[in-house]
Design a protein around this ligand. Sequence first.
Ligand code: HEC
Ligand code: HEC
Length: 348
Amino acid sequence: MKKNKLIAMTCLVLGILNAILSFTFAGGLIDMAYGRDIKSDRSNEPIQPIPFHYDDNRAKTELGKKLFFEPRLSKSGWITCNSCHNLSTGGADNLPTSIGHKWMLGPINSPTVLNSKFNLAQFWDGRAKDLKEQAKGPIANPMEMASNHDLAVEVLQSIPEYVQWFKKVYGEEKITIDNVADAIAAFEETLVTPNSRFDLWLRGYDRISEVEEEGYILFKGKGCIGCHNGFGVGGNAFRKFGIAKPYDKDTQTLGRYNVTKEEKDKYVFKVPLLRNIELTAPYFHDASTWNLSEAVNVMAEYQLGTKLTEDETNKIVAFLKTLTGDQPEIIFPVLPPSNASTPKPNRN
Ligand code: HEC
Ligand code: HEC
């Protein structure tokens, strides 16, 4: 008798758990938030909704967030990752080229860090294979943070709170530049922007207007989708800028050629993500336009060899604006103080 009761109770508990899980993962929570008006199955579209990010190591991502906002990783003690990838402005700096150490201007437009985990490689020319490899670059780049890896680690190692946090995450008191980059990369992986109106539409909800939907149909029909597709609406291929017509505004930046030294890779760039594109002007690696309509027209002309009517451009731009998703909600981190043994900032 007792045994039967136990089995019945177990079944009941499992049943409830199952119901909760299927409700959560089959989109039940989303249905509750947006109303049950699923009209059609759009799961075969060439663009996929951004998956929800499950942060399974809070200690690491919190440490990474502190480092992302840590000015003492720069020689001047003033520049952070956030200086050029401002999370208040779409993960970019909205400047033609970034301002680095001693007010130096960089050679290329800074891409957004939002959704950067969907990139097949990092940087315009893809010279870093992933976020971890990328994160070591700017700390030691003389035109960016202008520090060096030994100095950056020395600064962190001098601060007991950092020693404790690194020990908690990596199991040792000795801080390494690899672990610094690993924590920053883990934080960057949380910087996704789900729930754009377009993603809700992809999930079956009517959250875009007729004009925006016509823009999407044009985006597919004209051929933009051939390069800008997947989770990031870009980020998963290297393609030449100037396929239909040579791009003549910037012939200095060679793109992927710098990595491979192969002639065919001249002017080949990583196809940028178009997620949150309305937040990240100016556009193109050379920031040649601030105007999204103009950027769309340049693409049509130089990549597809076609000219769009004003109406078509407007519709595509309207579609692109539906790609703006929920921006990460960041609680600004409080950083531990320096002490007598912390190397001092140097602005020279
Ligand atoms: C002085 C400005 C500046 C600072 C500081 C800076 N970045 Fe960048 N970042 C850039 C620029 C410019 C690029 C593009 C360079 C290129 O592609 O050649 C870039 C590229 C990237 C990319 C590649 C994105 C993509 O789509 O390819 C990531 C990720 C990134 N930075 C993260 C960081 C992190 C993490 C830090 C801090 C450790 C940082 N950046 C500090 C300006 C900056
Ligand atoms: C053959 C591949 C290809 C096609 C087709 C294509 N693009 Fe692009 N797109 C790229 C590449 C590569 C870049 C980066 C160019 C650069 O700055 O070096 C880019 C850049 C962009 C940018 C600027 C992104 C930024 O962050 O600066 C926008 C906007 C854009 N494309 C929209 C479109 C639209 C709209 C269409 C269709 C009319 C289109 N693209 C067709 C490959 C393509």
